[in-house]
Design a protein around this ligand. Sequence first.
Ligand SMILES: C[S@@+](CC[C@H](N)C(=O)[O-])C[C@H]1O[C@@H](n2cnc3c(N)ncnc32)[C@H](O)[C@@H]1O
Length: 384
Amino acid sequence: MDSASPSASTPLTDELVERVRLDGPLRFDAFMEAVLYDPRRGFYATGGRAGARAGDFLTSPEVGPLFGAVVARAIDHWWVEAGSPERFTVVEPGAGPGTLAAAVRLASPVCTDRLQWVLVERTAAQRARHVERLGASSDPDSHRPTSGVHLVSVASLPDAFPADVVLANELLDNLPVRVAQRTTTGWSEVWVGVEGSGLVEELQPLPTNDPDSLMLDRLVPDASAGQRVPLQHEARSWLRWALGAVGNRGRVVVLDYADTTASMARRGPEAWMRTYASHGRGAGPLEACGTQDLTCDVAIDQLAEVRPPDAEVTQAEFLGSHGIDELVEQGRQMWVERAHIGDLAAVRARSRVREAEALVDLAGLGAHRALEWWPVDPADPGAD
Ligand SMILES: C[S@@+](CC[C@H](N)C(=O)[O-])C[C@H]1O[C@@H](n2cnc3c(N)ncnc32)[C@H](O)[C@@H]1O
């Protein structure tokens, strides 16, 4: 990724201006889809990605291997809870460069020889890394090795793909959103139009009986004129897909920055929609198209319209409940025993302390939400 700071106008901006002139304004989600995923000039197609050094933004797996080591313990826990099956499939949508899968494998969970880990990543450049860096197979029907984690990398999965766990870290914040604004008469929606040679926002009213207007009236009854909120249709479709993949027997786990729609209305769009490039905050969302990441906090209450989560805790609490403190303590002891050798294992052990601080920091990654949808108990009268 180019480390120069983003400029206001880019080749993709020019293409989008042309597109709007020909076909009319773009709804905000179509604009977000283009700036992130345009196959030639979008942020991800041109090399944007998570990563500590070469990347543009730092996610929990990129802090270091500790996050994956804790996830590996969680996977073991869920595998045992599921009755220690012969084959246990974890699907990781939005896998990015594959760092989480690499760390889970490195941690050697007890279920290693039973574990199939499917990395789902829409960006071809990142999928290529799964094959080169992790030796993942690109064929979901490939035969599993006799030992070790069976890694598979795909662009997407069919609707009925069976999974025991669907786990997404910082995927939903990268799914295109629509944006609504409260006006004195109801709700309007933000579209992207053209003025001169640049992109500008346009407001188009939403009918008062539109399902989105009705939902926002319910979720943000006290909205005042000018307040904005995201509309997360794509995240909801994704959740429907994930719940379908796990059926009654598996669980869906989402780790991301998240909030309620009403709180986002109060905080304002500068707080819940952010841009990043080369580890810094980027320009405005309509600027520098294709050279910066564009992300949006996940509206928990909009996901709950699909099905309310069974658990919602902070990332710090999630990692705590799966033994991060124990792993850090093991790391401290290993460092004491191996410091004189100074090998990779010793250095990794020592770095656990620093990694843990970053992962549970409530002013940063530790404040992310961990949302879980659990297996449905068929005996539960409320179950479908
Ligand atoms: C913010 S990155 C997070 C990467 C990784 N999970 C991490 O935590 O470092 C989001 C990733 O999701 C991918 N992505 C977005 N929409 C997707 C979809 N519908 N299916 C699969 N991957 C998707 C993007 O290409 C990007 O690599």
